[in-house]
Design a protein around this ligand. Sequence first.
Ligand code: 4AD
Ligand code: MG
Length: 425
Amino acid sequence: PAAKQIKIRDGAANRNTRVKVFGWVNRLRVQGKDMMFIVLRDGSGFLQCVLTNRLCHTYDALTLTLESTVALYGELKEVPEGKTAPGGHELIVDYWEVVSKAPGGDDAVTNILNSESDPSIKYHQRHLVIRGDTASSVLKVRSRVMRAFRDHFDSAGYYEVTPPCMVQTQVEGGSTLFSFNYYGENAYLTQSSQLYLETCLPSMGAVYTISESYRAEKSNTRRHLSEYSHCEAEIPFISFTDLLDGIENMVKDVVNRVWAEPETRAMIEELNPGFKPITDEPFLRMRYEDAIKTLSFGDDIPESPERFMTDTIGKPILLTHFPGPIKAFYMPPTEEDPRVTESVDLLMPGVGEIVGGSMRIWDYDTLLAAYKREGLDPAPYYWYLDQRKYGTCPHGGFGLGVERFLAWLTNRFTVRGLLPAPACF
Ligand code: 4AD
Ligand code: MG
C-alpha cells in the first residue's frame, strides 16, 4: 500500500496509517537476532521504530551505524500500556532503505560526541556536536526565542529594520572594532545597529532589529563572542522611566511567550531544571552609585564582581545612572547630577549584563561637544548629527545580547554553545 511521507512531529495525526519517514539513526539497539530498535531523528522530533525478522537479517541491517540516513515505512501504532516512546507511539516497520551509511568504528560520530568534554574537540567538531540532544534543544529554543522577540515587538507596533553590518562609524569605542578593507577604504564590522535605528525613527516610529554585531574583545570569557546576535530597539518621545519599563516588559513578555509553548517549555525545563518564568514582581532598580559602594565612584564594574552581586541578590537588576566617562559618547547626563548618565544595564543571575541601553543626547551642540570630548572625528557621523538638526526629539533604546539571554534561560555556562558555529577567540 501507498505510504504518506510525514515529519515525526506529525505522528499523532497519522496513527494507524502507513507512513514513510526519513531521518538520521539517533539510537540503535539490537535485541536478539530478530529484533532491532531505531530511534529516528528528523529535526522535528524523535521516533521509535521497530524492525523484526527478515528486516533485521539484511546486510544493511547488520552493518547499520548511528547517524546513517534511512527511509522507514510502516504503520504508526500507539505503544501498549507500560511502555514509553516519544509521542506515545512507535513505527512498526514493514520496509526500509538506507539513504547513506555513516562510518562506524574509529570514525563514528559517537566517538566524537563522546569526547564532548574536551573543549578543543567540542569546537572543531561543532558541526557534529550540534547533532547531540542537548545542543539540538538549545538551538531549537533559540529559534523560538528569536520568534518571541519579533512577536513581542510586532505586537507592540514596532517595525523591523535591516541595518548594515559594514559601516564606517564606531558606536561602543574604538578598542573593540574589527576593521577591514572596503575597496581601498577603511571600514568596520558593526558593533551595534543603534545609530541606524535612530535614523529610522522619523519614518517608522519605534523600530527594532535582530542583527549580528561584532566585537574584537580578545578576552576568552564565558560571555563574550566576536560575532553575536544583537536584539536592539529604539523608541521616540519617551522618558528614561519609559525606557526601563520597556526593557523589563520585553524580557518578561518574551519569557512568557516561550513558556506558553508546550514544546519549548519542555526543552527549557530539561535544560534548566527548576526554572521559573518571571512573575509580576518588578525588577530591582538600583543606581550604579549604590551598587559600587565597595569600589570607588567612576570604576566600571568588572565582570566578576558584577556577577557576584547579581548572584547574591539572585534576581534581575536594572542597574542605572552610570558615570559618563565609563559610558558611550551618545549617553546624556541627568539633569540632577551631570556626573551620571541616563543609562541602564540589565543584569541576570548566572550571566550578569544581558542588556545595555540609554537615552540619547538629542541636542545638536551637546552631541558635537561629546565627539570632541571623546576625540572622535564627527565627519563620518554627519548623518547621525542630521538627526539632531531635522526635527530632533527625546528618544532612547537598548540592545540585548541574544546569546546571553539564552545562556540565562537555558542555564548554559558559556555563550558559545548558543550558536551553531560560534566565532570565538
Ligand atoms: O552594552 P552594549 O555594548 O550596548 C550597545 O551596543 C548599545 N549600542 C545598544 C543599544 O543601546 N542599542 O551591548 C549591548 C548588549 C550587552 O548588554 C550584551 O548582552 C551584548 O550586547 N554584548 C555581547 N554579547 C556577546 N558577546 C559580546 N562580545 C558582547 N558585547 C555586547
Ligand atoms: Mg554594555
